[in-house]
Design a protein around this ligand. Structure first.
Ligand SMILES: *Cc1c(COP(=O)(O)O)cnc(C)c1O
Length: 357
């Protein structure tokens, strides 16, 4: 394979950026009179040292993740959700008003929003109607783009992308390929993390928002070559992951067994829900899922969405997205929440069959 160097793809101003140097870049311990912090801890959580700035390099977290994920700490970027990683990658590589990214609709909405904010063009290489990757069209679109965003398992279609096709894109595309694995812990497929050593143009994104149950703390991860990560670290705001988030993440990452048990339970609920939903006459397809949600095809999906909401059961209408006609995206909830969903389906189903006058 020809060695691929992503450095020339960086915006010139980023390549020559002189990064901000925070006090904690120089010293992390000692009598710290270098950051204009208040020496007195606030009343709230005195043990958390919230009067101090957080570790800008989040070394403890990177060490823990390095062990869990089998990558070097220098290959890990952490952000205020994966959404920050998406934004930083686009700003690092794409010149506003000039460069482009490639997305594969139907897919996660933030890639386009981040590109729009930065005035970066968005080229579409749609998934096939069966939600598989059209690798040839992605590679063609990538020819004049800086970044490709692939989402596997994909939101909102719930399927994972074929590994062989992902590798085909990674080897052929002369640009940076981001594989968003927000739902990987629910998938039967393997993570692209194992290819990091092989593809210098690969960025893998994961998050603590889904399987780890920590959407509220906002912690997203990006894994890539040391070179790409070093530029992400220069571009990020110095203290982008706050102290409370770092502490909560460390506590939860210390018990991965607990999370695997929860994931196992959610997968059982997913299977149960898929079978139960498929039994309703209005439901004509439950798409296979590698994620913690189901894409369900229902006749008259928009009105189901509205009547479910009137029953206090809120799902996401996705019937307006490419290849998702009649689609409702339904998150797998707790057993009680899923029961409430099925009850509402039952009730509305009966009303459709015997319309009350
Ligand atoms: C939920 C989700 C994320 C997570 O974003 P965070 O900012 O980390 O909460 C990322 N990508 C996709 C495709 C998602 O569905």
């Amino acid at each position: 394979m020809p060695a691929f160097d992503p450095l020339p793809l960086l915006r010139p101003n980023i390549r020559s950026l002189k990064p901000y140097r925070s006090a904690r870049d120089d010293f992390k311990t000692g009598i710290l009179l270098d950051a204009n912090e208040n020496p007195f801890p606030a009343e709230l959580h005195p043990e958390a040292q919230l009067n101090r700035y957080p570790d800008p390099h989040y070394d403890a977290l990177r060490d823990r993740l390095s062990t869990l994920k089998g990558v070097q700490p220098s290959q890990i970027f952490l952000g205020n959700g994966s959404d920050e990683a998406i934004d930083i990658l686009i700003r690092m590589f794409c010149e506003p008003g000039k460069d482009a990214i490639v997305i594969t609709p139907p897919t996660y909405g933030m890639y386009r929003v981040s590109a729009d904010i930065q005035d970066v063009r968005v080229k579409e290489a749609p998934l096939n109607p069966d939600f598989s990757l059209d690798a040839a069209s992605v590679i063609e679109a990538a020819a004049c783009a800086k970044l490709v965003f692939l989402c596997s398992p994909n939101n909102p279609t719930a399927n994972r992308l074929d590994s062989g096709q992902l590798r085909e894109v990674l080897s052929a595309a002369q640009c940076v390929v981001v594989v968003d694995e927000a739902y990987i812990d629910f998938s039967a497929g393997e993570s692209a993390l194992r290819w990091l050593g092989e593809f210098p143009n690969l960025v893998v994104m994961q998050t603590l928002s889904k399987a780890w149950g920590l959407a509220g703390i906002r912690l997203g991860m990006a894994f890539a070559s040391e070179t790409i990560i070093s530029y992400m670290m220069r571009v990020k705001p110095p203290y982008n992951v706050n102290t409370l988030t770092q502490q909560a993440a460390l506590r939860v990452l210390a018990e991965p067994e607990r999370i695997s048990a929860l994931v196992k339970q959610l997968l059982q609920e997913r299977a149960r829900l898929a079978v139960a939903l498929a039994k309703f006459p209005a439901v004509y397809k439950v798409e296979p899922s590698d994620a913690n949600f189901l894409l369900v095809r229902v006749k008259d999906a928009l009105s189901w969405y509205k009547t479910l909401a009137a029953e206090n059961v809120i799902v996401r209408y996705r019937g307006d997205q490419l290849h998702c006609a009649d689609g409702l995206r339904i998150t797998v909830g707790s057993p009680e929440e899923n029961e409430a969903l099925l009850k509402a389906f039952q009730k509305l189903s009966a009303e459709i069959q015997q319309p009350s006058s």
